[in-house]
Design a protein around this ligand. Sequence first.
Ligand code: CA
Length: 239
Amino acid sequence: MKGATLTGRYTEAYNEVMRILIVEDEKKIANFIERGLKEQRYAVDVAMDGEKGSFLADINPYDLIILDVMLPGMDGFSLCRDIRKKKLDVPILMLTAKDKVIDKVRGFEGGADDYLTKPFAFEELLARVGVLLRRRNAALPSVLKVGDLEIDQLKHSVKRGGKEITLTGKEYALIEYLARNAGHVVTRTMISEHVWNEDFDSFSNVVDVYINHLRNKVDKAAKKPLIHSIRGTGYVLKE
Ligand code: CA
């Protein structure tokens, strides 16, 4: 099974699909960052310690991780090295109360992309988040491929076996989200958060309805289906 080349090229309108993990044990600071980022329409998860952060970074495709250095148990430096060792390709912005050069060096050597010293103004954090996300997006190709399915994230066009498929806006957002996570199962909750930017009631079948639309347009005429149901969990796009 081969996953798609994981890319993420976004315009401002795509802010809502960008997902950020905050690893910070100080509740007040974590809440402050979480609130501010959610107001900017980012999807945000918070982990209060390094182990939880490591777990979340493993199972979710984040676009950025904001990582505090001083954490109980596994500290930020260790978690940063751990993430790089696993070859998770995600920008890391480290936060710390320390502003000693030696700590910055340690952070960069561990694989951090940027560094912010506490206390900081939210605007500065936001500016750095923006720079890291833009840099990441500029470095990535804009076409996602899964088998003979091609998704052009700049043109918002989709082809299967070279044939253009016409999709509605939400259908496109859904297939792009599945393709960005190709080979990984995405739950209905993840889909509703990313594609609709809200939590549906767990009994809602909106996601299933849209998956059916996509199956009719993407899989029906093809020999091999790419959209697979994982019973009781969600969906995965794979060859
Ligand atoms: Ca801390």
